[in-house]
Ligand binder design. Sequence first.
Ligand code: FUL
Length: 507
Amino acid sequence: MKRYTYIIIAILLFGCSANEKLPGYKQVNYVEILPTDSEEEIIRKAANVTPSERQLAWQKMELTAFVCFGINSFTDKEWGDGKEDPQLFNPESLDAGQWVKTCKNAGMKLVILTAKHHDGFCLWPSKYTEHSVINSPWKNGKGDVVQELATACRNQGMKLGIYLSPWDRNSAYYGTDEYNDYFVNQLTELLTNYGDVSEVWFDGACGEGPNGKKQIYDWQRYYKTVRRLQPKAVIAVMGPDVRWVGTETGYGRDTEWSVVPVSIQDEDKIAARSQQMAGTFNPEIDAMSKDLGSRKKLFGSQRLVWYPSEVDVSIRPGWFYHGSQDLLVKTPEKLVDIYYSSVGKNSLLLLNLPPDKRGLIHENDIKSLMGMRQILDETFRVNLTDKARIKHLSQSEAKSLIDDDYDSYWIAKEESTTIEIILDGEKTFDRILLQENIALGQRVERFKLEAKIKGNWEQIAEGTTIGYKRLLRMPETTSDRVRLTILKSRANPALSKFGLYKSPDGI
Ligand code: FUL
């Protein structure tokens, strides 16, 4: 068959693709804004900024775990000063298999371990320091926590992440050029000896070293090391792929844009190099700002980049285990609230489960976590739009909007659009799920939902951004017809999923 015939068949089968890939616009991970660009042009460019492969895979995990563990777990501190005696580290019942099983049962996909926290104590036998498990009584100095976690993850089909604190209050090199060598050597050990690593977490917390000096970090060298050794890993927080949401409360923004402006003076730091080539973009962004990606922010900016948000929060008040906090573990209801406010607001949730002195995740933490899982499972088990018809959409278009396949999506013919969903009889619901296909970018700016109640259309929910996932909670509604209107969008909305659900007892 001739090429044209294929194209014509493709158009007949899938509709005109002009809506999808806007003519003249390439989908890119970052884009330059020219001084001559009109506002319309800038919006078009923003709508065509898309995640890199590693960012997309990361976003799809939704729920991940932090395991903050180390010398602090034995000294009852949050930040050690680097002078702790390694002899204190002795988690006699350490079972990384229990950590991974707990996380897996809760629906998490990846576990990030604090291989070295600010105190400089290494949970693996690094060749480059004595301040590590080698000098602890645990397994007579022959243990390796990173290895145990890597093996448990591999055995249970979970992904591994590494937290390596740039701030080191123990190393004598800290504050000198040698420290950058020391750090890269440690990073190299961690990214070479333990198989696949999917996320590398560089903390922003930073203070003085043991000699009172501050370190000038060679970020570009750190990023290049990660890209070279683990090209599929995202670099989080003090890195180019994943942005800190800006709080440690578990609550993300109502309006969360994954496309944000970055003002970068130095050509060396352009995101393109980071995402598409070697890796040298240093995020110069105010993560705590209320508005990061509105139209107002885009206009007048220099470059736009895909830089999605991660919400990190601990299941307890502290990041490390403290016996005094055993009764202060967040309740299942609180964790569910956090889930709606993070995963449900276009972020990924990184929930910390700190093992105790035994080296186990505490029973109270497991109970709360599984309580959360049970509520979420009960809520999202039945999608009430499952057997729905959608007015004006073909059966296959409707299916791609309702089914669970994220990669199948419906693309609207116009930027603002309304669809009417005819349910399979009257249903009672109080939760809405919406997903954009972010492989095509983040587009929707404002939407509303109405239900037909006693013959009249009544607004039951509204929102701004959708992004990868948007969950909305609302009072119980009973109806057989709902109407979704996309009020404003940066390009034709491409929706992967629309679902209606009923929570147990409004939780
Ligand atoms: C913060 C650190 O200072 C905490 O100790 C913890 O590691 C948390 C994940 O990040 O910046």
